[in-house]
Design a protein around this ligand. Structure first.
Ligand code: G6P
Length: 471
């Protein structure tokens, strides 16, 4: 039984059964999970448990054997293995195929969404997925314990948990953006009411910025009686942990290789998942426009993009990846010669190589169409050694903290983005240094350990809100 239960769909580690039947734990390398885990490790005096979904075959085998795995000192991992069709409905159709699009404003609305009978059946799967997580928590949390639920895969957990374990103190945290009532209204009213009611049934709901929290409150006001509790807690980064990787031999070697390849050219860099919300296409189109309209930059600047695949089981993501690759080929054919290509697109997940480039960029391009926070925008200035400029989308959650020293860009404005890139490339060195220092000072923000403390302090017993009477 645990005093503190953290819950997320994807856990911070995947499991493998070793040769002698032992459990081998493989921790995630980058992103939120390692820093959250580190923060959890430092919370003393409580029994901690992380509950996540099985994602790999090893996970499923471990779950079948009922094995809890030790993640870090005093914190265990327990995997929930829901039947394949329930997982598919909840994760692929609802979470990735609908809620991700909804929260990031990605629906085109001409064709999508279309909530047909298959979708409504998938919604039942999503409900079932949430119910199973709630049962797992109910079984494992100590009397009066604290439960932190993460993200859009698990919006309904609070509602099921409130029925079974009203003694628990709960808090939900959404790491994506959260839209306001106009965008939310694409959901059928009954579904929207269930979704917002589920979220409101947690003791409190947290978001990375006040804008996302306000969207949720405004949406809830339309369909629920009474106002739920919401708060904003912007996640920062663990600079020390990052510096340790940045100083590693692996990272140093990657940096040497990068410097060789640059051969004196300026470096524009970006690091993202290949993800519809990250706006890779318009970023490359802006670079193309720069090379086209200001020929003096040709051969003097290289755009390195580290992009790692994600959600390749969704047709939209595969198509997007193909489109990105084709666009890069076209621009390289147009402006490249021999080995000297204007864009280097590296499709893999190599955290040390990304950090090496973060240390060296002259310009960091972060142009999402919408993003809950975006930690790359903070990691860059924390480790950069070149007085690099950050070109940052007004739609990234991090914009609220970094606006001013970062150059603002409008993510849909290709010409505007090209102009921001040009301005960054030719910025005088004293202005670069001043902005870089200010960004470096602001970058840590609320480090993960303090962020976690703040979020957990918001946990309280749930008091679910009834739906508003609707016509
Ligand atoms: C991004 C988002 C998280 C989300 C995760 C899921 O990192 O910022 O909020 O939980 O994607 O990714 P997955 O690969 O598990 O679908």
């Amino acid at each position: 039984m645990s005093d503190l239960v953290v819950v997320s769909n994807r856990g911070p580690a995947t499991l493998r059964i070793g040769e002698s039947g032992e459990l081998v734990v493989r921790h995630a390398a980058g992103g939120l999970a390692p820093s959250l885990l580190h923060a959890l490790e430092r919370l003393e005096g409580r029994d901690r448990l992380w509950i996540a979904s099985t994602m790999s075959e090893g996970d499923r085998e471990a779950a079948r054997r009922g094995l809890p795995a030790e993640l870090v000192g005093g914190c265990a991992l327990r995997l929930v293995d829901v039947p394949g069709e329930v997982r598919d409905a909840a994760y692929r159709v609802i979470a990735n195929g609908s809620l991700w699009f909804l929260t990031h404003g990605l629906f085109d609305r001409t064709r999508r969404p279309a909530f047909d009978r298959h979708w409504h059946r998938a919604w039942e799967g999503y409900r079932e997925f949430n119910r199973r997580f709630a049962s797992e928590i109910a079984e494992r949390a100590n009397e009066g314990g604290v439960v932190m639920v993460n993200d859009y895969h698990l919006f309904l957990v609070g509602a099921f948990l409130a029925e079974q374990r009203p003694d628990l103190k709960t808090v939900h945290f959404t790491h994506t953006p959260f839209p306001g009532p106009d965008e939310l209204s694409v959901l059928p009213q009954a579904v929207l009411t269930e979704l917002l009611g589920g979220l409101a049934a947690h003791g409190a709901a947290g978001f990375h910025t006040p804008r996302w929290a306000d969207g949720y409150l405004a949406g809830a006001a339309r369909v629920l009686e009474g106002a739920p509790l919401a708060f904003a807690a912007p996640l920062g980064i663990d600079v020390q942990a990052l510096a340790a990787v940045a100083e590693s031999p692996e990272c140093r070697a990657a940096e040497e290789r990068l410097l060789d390849r640059l051969a004196g050219r300026q470096l524009i860099f970006r690091a993202d998942r290949i993800e519809l919300s990250k706006n890779l296409l318009r970023g490359f189109l802006a670079f193309e426009e720069l090379l086209e309209t200001e020929p003096r930059w040709r051969g003097r600047v290289v755009f390195v993009a580290r992009a790692y695949p994600s959600r390749q089981d969704l047709p939209e993501y595969l198509a997007y990846r193909n489109e990105v690759e084709r666009l890069v080929e076209r621009i390289n054919e147009r402006f490249g010669s021999g080995e000297n290509l204007p864009i280097e697109l590296e499709i893999d997940d190599d955290f040390p190589a990304s950090l090496a480039a973060l240390r060296r960029y002259d310009v960091l391009l972060v142009n999402p169409v919408r993003d809950g926070m975006n930690l790359v925008a903070k990691e860059g200035p924390a480790v950069n050694r070149s007085d690099g400029v950050v070109a940052l989308s007004r739609e990234a959650g991090a914009f609220g903290e970094l606006a001013g020293p970062a150059l603002a860009l409008d993510p849909f404005d290709v010409s505007g983005t090209a102009a921001v890139l040009a301005r960054a490339l030719e910025m005088p060195s004293d202005e670069r240094a001043r902005r870089a220092k200010e960004l470096h000072d602001r970058a840590p923000g609320l480090p993960p350990a303090r962020w976690l403390e703040q979020v957990l302090a918001e946990a309280r017993p749930a008091s679910p809100l009834p739906p508003r009477a609707q016509g």
